[in-house]
Design a protein around this ligand. Structure first.
Ligand code: PXG
Length: 465
């Protein structure tokens, strides 16, 4: 490439190509190009390697998706077999393929009761987009075309298509694109740790759960329940700050949406496939969603694939419609992606990985995190469930006071992590971990030792030690 000083230096070469030709997601292109991108070249288990030979523990399982970790040969073989047999065919022409139907049937065995009908897509955003369309369609079929508004929550992340970004409550996702679209309304997030700063005073966690549910109901009444089609929510909020709701929150919300005949859409893109120690967080919270979306851990990230499952209420109406469903992607139910997802679910089942997260490795991870960071001057709270956790960094623990310049401290910590061989994501000043489900106790110790070291280094930078 013109401009490359030394083409035998592969890292430099890839950096130059990347800077010249590749626009990255959620990245300031110019700043990245000045800094130079890191080239990830391989992975094995919980580890990834960059092109300079540095090994990192992937504490984020890619982007919360590598349930089985890197280098799983069974998944690779399943993909290869489908790729060699039927690399592509669609479902539009009254056709299907063995992998996709077996995957749909398999999903029906692990999904909440009644979720026996599945549509496929290729990403979480597409699944959510599809879900919103199906919700509209359902109410149109039911003769209630005024039920059109989609209610979701502050700090929620549902993806980046026009509709999924509109549904998302992370407000910086909107202005560049003139979003949200009309028809999207928001309720508050059950973010208890931030309650004091948000002016709720010193409320107990359970009381706060009730309070947010009540505010949600008040918002529904203000808007008019007859206009609200759906309530979309991640059972545990991920990209918005890893928010685990108070125990009182979900039972109240479930009661409220039922009372006002609002469809419940559970976005389980992060929380599905064993991440929190159940197949889905809906099982954990006893939710009965009318519609569910899933992606990420569905194929352990080995192939792009997502799905929308319909409970009986919506499924029966949509399946019995006397007209064509005018929706579908070229790659809906792609045979290779389906084969990999099917094998992934079979392995999660065969190896008891979901139960392992619930009964042993999840509790071990959560208790070790709390032990290690108890009393740490920079750590306001450790929260999480199964194999997701957040470590909230704050300026003042007693007052739960965050740092004034949002995001700065999280970035310092994240950069220490990279330098010390750990991928730990920063959401504002909250550090997030979501390691692969195959992680061992010994590997957890290695990961947490690095996390502790990097948070100590951050504290040192802030002259707090
Ligand atoms: N719903 C949820 C709950 C998600 O977390 C999506 C939908 C969209 O999925 P796709 O496949 O379209 O990206 C997500 C994605 C982060 C991060 O930095 C999180 C996601 C995506 C990218 C970055 O935490 N979650």
């Amino acid at each position: 490439m013109a401009g490359a000083k030394n083409l035998s230096d592969r890292t430099e070469y890839w950096r130059l190509l990347d800077a010249a030709h590749h626009i990255h997601p959620f990245t300031q292109t110019d700043a990245l190009n000045r800094e130079g991108v890191r080239v990830i070249v391989r992975g094995k288990g919980i580890y990834i390697w960059d092109s300079d030979g540095h090994r990192l523990i992937d504490g984020m399982a890619g982007l919360w998706c590598m349930q089985l970790g890197y280098g799983n040969k069974e998944l690779a073989r399943a993909g290869f077999e489908a790729l060699s047999t039927l690399p592509y065919y669609n479902h539009f022409f009254k056709t299907t393929n063995p992998w996709t139907v077996e995957l749909a049937a398999k999903l029906a065995t692990i999904l909440p009761a009644g979720h026996s009908r599945i549509l496929f897509a290729n990403s979480g955003s597409e699944a959510n987009d599809t879900a919103l369309k199906l919700i509209r369609y359902y109410w149109n079929r039911m003769g209630k075309p005024d039920k059109k508004l989609h209610l979701s929550r502050a700090l929620s992340y549902h993806g980046v298509t026009m509709a999924a970004a509109s549904l998302s409550g992370i407000t910086p996702m909107h202005p560049q694109w003139d979003l949200p679209l009309p028809g999207f309304v928001k309720a508050p997030a059950p973010y208890w740790y931030g309650a004091k700063q948000a002016g709720y005073g010193d409320m107990e966690e359970d009381e706060f759960g009730h309070r947010i549910a009540r505010e949600t109901e008040e918002e529904i009444l203000r808007i008019g329940p007859e206009r609200i089609a759906s309530f979309s929510a991640e059972p545990i909020q991920g990209a918005g700050g890893m928010i685990v709701p108070p125990a009182t929150y979900w039972p109240e919300i479930a009661r409220i949406v039922k009372k006002y005949d609002i469809l419940l859409h559970a976005d389980e893109v992060i929380t599905g496939f064993g991440r929190i120690g159940d197949w889905f967080a809906s099982h954990h919270y006893g939710l009965k969603p009318d519609i569910m979306t899933m992606a990420k851990g569905m194929s352990s990230g080995y192939q792009p694939i997502s799905a929308v499952s319909l409970g009986t209420r919506m499924g029966d109406v949509i399946a019995a419609a006397d007209e064509e469903l005018v929706h579908g992607y070229t790659y809906s139910g792609h045979p290779v992606a389906s084969a990999v997802a099917l094998k992934n679910i079979e392995i999660l089942e065969r190896d008891g990985l979901v139960a392992r997260v619930k009964d042993s490795i999840g509790p071990y991870f959560q208790s070790r995190l709390r032990e290690i960071f108890a009393g740490h001057g920079l750590v306001g709270e450790v929260r999480g469930l199964g194999l997701i956790a957040a470590i909230e960094l704050v300026e003042n623990r007693n007052e739960r006071r965050p740092f004034p310049k949002e995001g700065g401290v999280g970035k310092i910590c994240r950069d220490h992590c990279f330098r010390n061989g750990l991928v730990m994501r920063a959401i504002r000043d909250t550090m997030v971990l979501a390691p692969p489900l195959i992680i061992t106790e010994d590997e957890i110790e290695k990961l947490l030792a690095k996390a502790k070291r990097c948070i100590d280094l951050t504290a040192k930078d802030l002259k707090r030690i």
